[in-house]
Design a binder for this molecule. Structure first.
Ligand code: 3PY
Ligand code: MG
Length: 255
């Protein structure tokens, strides 16, 4: 089975850069996945990408070397199994609140006897290789999102879930849930403290920690602080930020 490069990066002591896609376009996925990211995530929670749109995006991405990850809309086994069958090498599951949630999530991503994943990885086998079934449980990564009050309260139990590979932080929901404005890139303050606490809980349990960001300087700081994976931007954010910047320059040049 094709190796999961994120596991290799982590085994070598490195941190991974993850790209993020919201535009349901194979062309955008192809372009993005040729830019040198270690992984690229398709967001099926907060974007118009559905499973039918995701498959041609995964096909476009497989020409490059990135690890294909999918954030699923919810902790729903049937959705996660379809994402894996389509060839995702990692699943990010939103709003994991307690040990039961994380066990349900991990079980959906693992073949028996470790879990309850159903057999039928048609594209997964094309992408991963003929021996996919023998190695999928080791190669496929599970990221539980910590972004609620309950998730923080149950951090240790979640992080210690057998078969869970990483915690992934959704900073805006995390802030929201704790009574703060839903903001990314929390350099300091109470949300920054929660983010550090989540990273430490992941590492104490022997698993990895990832965080969502929108600024390169913040993402770099998160790597320096010990995060194993950062998402520094997304297709939408690059497009909106670049367009706004160019229009501002144009306006300024015309004055
Ligand atoms: C959050 O900030 O809550 C996220 O889920 C990031 O996409
Ligand atoms: Mg979120």
């Amino acid at each position: 089975m094709r190796k999961n490069k994120l596991k290799e990066i982590w085994a070598g002591g490195g941190a991974a850069a993850n790209g993020w896609l919201s535009v349901p376009s194979p062309y955008v996925a192809e372009v993005m996945s040729h830019q040198g990211w270690d992984a690229v995530t398709l967001d099926l929670q907060h974007s118009p990408i559905d499973i039918a749109a995701a498959v041609p995006m995964l096909q476009a991405m497989s020409a490059g070397g990135v690890v294909p990850i999918m954030r699923v809309p919810w902790n729903e086994p049937s959705v996660m199994m379809r994402a894996l069958d389509a060839g995702a090498y990692g699943i990010i599951c939103p709003m994991v609140n307690n040990r039961a949630d994380s066990e349900r999530f991990v079980a959906a991503c693992r073949y028996p006897p470790a879990g309850i994943r159903s057999n039928g990885a048609y594209r997964g086998t094309i992408y991963g290789g003929a021996d996919y079934l023998d190695h999928a449980n080791e190669e496929i990564l599970t990221f539980a999102m910590i972004e609620t009050k309950d998730g923080v309260a149950n951090l240790k139990e979640i992080a210690e879930t057998p078969g869970l590979d990483a915690l992934y932080i959704g900073p805006t929901d995390l802030a929201f849930a704790h009574g703060h404005p839903p903001k990314h890139d929390n350099f300091d303050g109470p949300v920054a403290d929660l983010i550090a606490q989540i990273r430490e809980a992941a590492h104490a349990a022997g698993i990895r920690a990832g965080v969502h960001a929108t600024r390169t300087d913040y993402a770099a700081k998160m790597i320096a602080d010990g995060f194993d994976l950062v998402t520094p931007t997304s297709d939408m954010r690059m497009m909106t930020a670049a367009a706004a910047g160019i229009l501002e320059e144009l306006r300024a040049a015309r004055e």
